[in-house]
Design a protein around this ligand. Structure first.
Ligand code: PEP
Ligand code: MN
Length: 256
């Protein structure tokens, strides 16, 4: 357990990180932050660097998105998390966020992990989509060996033979990480399913299995999202997640 500002990560309360996949513009970001803050999220996610499979698709606003993150912080006071892809950007990005995210595709980018570890900032390291639990915990040591213990793990689905869902949310992996890692473990039901209609149920399953937090992609007009539209939930679905999530959290002696 550790604290960011007054918020306990890995304590009794299940933490909610919500926001669009990608930061698209100021208006979009402000509107979504207000929605997610209104129903109780503590942390806003919005990526300015998008590691896209196709280099010709939208890559994010890049460093031009940093002033928008600063504005969101001033306007809403939510904690901010954003992904960093390149060690050369870490220092700049650190000035604008509360948690550095390292994505699934970068899980074994060891120079990036080392630089993130050196900052002393809280880091969320997402599980590589093809990484075993052991590979994942070994990668995490590149961060903690720098003296940075403020680490969050996040199960975000793994690649299996199944094609109906984008990834297979590994609830077993979540429980294993809870049992053996000693770090707060979050779950990402958005990338974990890739299907909007499954996200709320997968989030509830994660909370029931002991997740310390949920990271979820939300948009007021999900179909218009520039990235990951199919797995992005609406404001109404997000409210449902919060309401049902609180009941599940209470049933296992936690709050949300
Ligand atoms: C994300 O959370 O924006 C993301 C790209 O997720 P992942 O790294 O798990 O694919
Ligand atoms: Mn996404």
């Amino acid at each position: 357990m550790f604290k960011i500002d007054n918020i306990e990560i890995g304590g009794d309360r299940v933490i909610i990180i919500a926001g669009p996949c990608a930061l698209e513009n100021e208006e979009q970001a402000l509107r979504i932050t207000r929605i997610v803050k209104g129903v109780g999220a503590q942390t806003f996610r919005a990526q300015i660097f998008k590691p896209r499979t196709d280099p010709d698709s939208f890559q994010g606003l890049g460093l031009a998105g940093l002033p928008i993150l600063a504005l969101l912080k001033r306007e809403t006071g939510l904690l901010l998390i954003t992904e960093v892809l390149d060690p050369r950007d870490i220092e700049k990005v650190c000035d604008y966020c509360d948690i550095l995210q390292i994505g699934s595709r970068s899980m074994q980018n060891f120079p990036l992990l080392i630089e993130a570890g050196k900052t002393g900032k809280p880091v969320m390291l997402k599980r590589g989509m093809g990484a075993t639990i052991q590979d994942y915990l070994s990668a995490a040591k590149y961060i903690t060996n720098q003296g940075n213990q403020r680490l969050i793990l996040c199960e975000r689905g793994i690649v299996t033979f199944e094609g109906y869902t984008r990834n297979t949310l590994d609830i077993n992996g979540l429980m294993a990480l809870k049992d053996i890692s000693g770090f707060p473990v979050f779950i990402d039901p958005s990338h974990g399913t890739g299907r909007r209609e499954m996200v709320v149920r997968a989030a509830l399953a994660g909370i029931a299995a002991g997740a310390d937090g949920v990271m979820v992609e939300v948009h007021y007009d999900p179909d218009s999202s520039l990235v990951d539209a199919k797995q992005t939930i609406s404001s109404e679905q997000f409210s449902e997640l919060m309401e049902k999530g609180r009941s599940v959290a209470e049933a296992i002696g936690r709050s949300m």
